[in-house]
Structure formats: C-alpha cells, structure tokens
Design a protein around this ligand. Sequence first.
Ligand code: SIB
Ligand code: ZN
Length: 431
Amino acid sequence: MMKNLLITNVTIVPMTAEESFIQNGYIFIESDVIKDVGHTPHPPHLKEQAKIIDGEGMVAIPGLINGHTHTPMSILRGYADDFPLMDWLKKMWAVEDRMTEEDIYWSSMLSMVEMIKSGTTTFCDMYYGMDRIAIGVEKSGMRALLSQGIIEGDSGGEELLTETVEFVRNWDKSANQRIHALLSPHAPYTCSPSLIEKMVEQAHILDCSIHTHLAETREEINIISERHGDTPIALMEKIGLFTRHVVAAHGVYLTDEEIDILKRRQVGLIHNPKSNMKLASGVAPIAQMLDKGVTIGIGTDGAASNNTLDMFEEMRFASLMQKVSLEDPMALPAYETLKMGTSRGAAALNIVDQVGTIEAGKKADITLIDFRKAHLSPVNDVVSHLIYSAKASDVAYTIVDGSVLMNNGKLTTIDEEEVTWHIEKIKNNLL
Ligand SMILES: N[C@@H](CCSC[C@H]1O[C@@H](n2cnc3c(=O)[nH]cnc32)[C@H](O)[C@@H]1O)C(=O)O
Ligand SMILES: [Zn+2]
C-alpha cells in the first residue's frame, strides 16, 4: 500500500525559525518522513506518488507534544476534585492499588483517543502496568516516551527496579522508534536518595532518560527540607540525577540557584499549568526560566488533576497564567507558547532530532487545524488564534510517523465506541 502523503494548499507554521510561515504551501511525506516542504505549486510528479490531503482553509503545525501525563488516570477524571496534592494523591493511590492491567490498558486508550482528537502526536507518560500501555501505543500509532513510575514502599524499590529495567530493555526504540522507554523515580518525597542513585546508575547503563516530578508544591519543599536539609533540585544535583537527561514535571518552587542548575544540566522542564492551578500548587516561574534559557515544554499531567488532555487549553493557560501572575500582558506571548507545545517540547524530551518542527528530514508528525470557524475568523494572526482561540475540536487531521491517525475527524486506529464501552464497565467495577 502506498504510504506517501501530499498535503496541499495549506498554511504551514513550521516552527523552524522565528515566526516564519508558508502561506500557501505543500508538505510531501514519504513513508514516515517529511521529504519536502514548499510553496504552492508543488512539483507535479509528487501528485502521482501520494495520497492527497487538501489543506484548503487549514493550518499545519508540528504535532503537539504533551510533555508529562499519566494516561490511565482518565478513568479517575472528576473522581476526586478540589483537594490539595498530598490529600488528592492519597485518594488516587487508594484506587490505583485496585486497578488491573486491563483497566490500565483501556483507560490509557481513552486518553489516546482524546489526545489524537486534539492534535497531540507525542506524549510522555508515567504510570505502572506500562507493558499494556506500550501495546496500546503500538496499536494507536502515537509516539510516546513511556516510564514505569516507582514509588518506594516499605520493601524498598529493588524488585520494582528490576522490572522497570526490563521494561526499558524490551521497549526502547520499538514500534519504528515511536516508543522511547525511560526510568522514573516518581518524586523526591516518594523515593529515597539511594534508590534514585541506583536508578541513575541503571539509566547510564541503559542509555536512557529519566522522568520525574520535581518541586511541585510548597509541602514538597518542606518535606525535603525536613528530611534532607535541602531543596529538591539542589538535593537531586547532589545525588547526581542530572548526570542523565531528565524530564522534570512542574518546577513550581525554585530558587535562582536551582534555575541555574536546570539550565546548566539541560533539564527538560515540563510546565503543567492546569494541574498546578487546579491543585492550587502554585505558579511556576516560566517567564523567568525562559529568560535564563531553561528548556521548557508543556504537559497536561493526568486527567484526574486537569481534567482534560487538551494541549490547546494547556498552552492557553500557560500563557494567561504568566501574564496575570506577573501583571504583564507581554509575558509568554503566543509564538513562545506554541514553541513550548512543539519544538521546545521536543527538545525538553530530547527527541528534537526526530520531531518538533515541519522540515525535511523530520518524522512526519503533523496536526492540521481547520480554521474555517467563526471563533477563528477573521484570520488576523494564525499563531495568536492557535494559542488564544483554537479548540481541540478544530483539529481535522492528526498524522504520526506518516500515518493518518485521524482523517478529517475520523479515528483510523482506535475504535472509540469499543473504548468507551470498556471504560463504562471499568468505572462501574472500580469506582
Ligand atoms: N502508583 C504506582 C507508581 C506511580 S505512577 C505515577 C503516579 O503519579 C501520581 N500522580 C499523578 N499526578 C501527579 C502529580 O501532579 N504529582 C505527583 N504525583 C502525581 C499518580 O497518581 C500515580 O500514582 C505504584 O504502584 O508504584
Ligand atoms: Zn504528574
């Protein structure tokens, strides 16, 4: 079957250079890779070699990158709202203890349905039962960074560590390199320094990145200070966490010194504005970190603390939250925010050689947004509309690795009705 694609008559926001656009362009995809991007007219021979998607009235952006989430938590959407993090977590863990691998699989598939429908092409996940999620990723066609989150129990984390190392060995670079496997100590307050040290050692051996939660709440700062006499990032620096590439979710409470560490160690910081607002964790100093050159992406966190996985909303909240908290309408402007959802998100996850921009040589992960809508009219400014006006439901096509996962609004790899049928059944048993 011919797998080449030609997207025609489309407005392209390639995210390659500052604010460059192609007003009426084409994108030629050969198998899983972008081969050619240009202005209309396209070379005529391309037409015979490819399936054509008419991009009239649409805007193409690099597929959105959800830098931090817990996909199976969609089953817990709306289950325990309006609590602070530590109380909320206790409620989550009580249910998570009862979740079976099947529950995890279908809940994760529900999240993939939501993400594909809202133009997300890559997500970075932390949960348990990761083998089943990886099988789901194979089926859905999405790109994913997967890690088994480790919370150290009374018995220590040794057994879990063996399991998670096995997971990385089995899945890293699988599914045509769509899957990256990472190691994941859940957080500095749920894992001891000695366990984290062991995980770093393993990450060096496996040559993989590390995904964790860091500096999320004031309470975390207090716990770490009481236990170790340090702040979370300073402690992690001491125990050598940042000798590997780290994806760190949150970074709400940071000293200037810690921001310097994040920059120097090229940590991929993932900002989760809606989760931070909903759990009232606080306002991350994003504008300040960007000024200092920290690499920042955007994530939704799990659907139980958000309560959606919609990256358009997430980008909008990121921008608005900086503006209002700094009383500065110029803080985190639209293009900067879109970068965090695409190219910079890819850099934060250390996959910028694969995705994050629309240019020849990159993997073909592309989202097409239909701009023929009242709330996107008139098109005075494409990027402004993407950040301040667009909705998830404006996404018409989601393409990953050259495969069309949503074709003019229709999912091609997942049977949504089957997923929702299972979800209803799981909900009735579990909650
Ligand atoms: N519960 C698992 C491992 C953890 S997976 C990831 C964990 O992160 C939790 N989680 C979700 N959102 C957040 C957050 O914002 N901060 C900290 N933990 C979170 C989530 O409830 C889940 O337990 C075990 O049995 O070891
Ligand atoms: Zn999280």
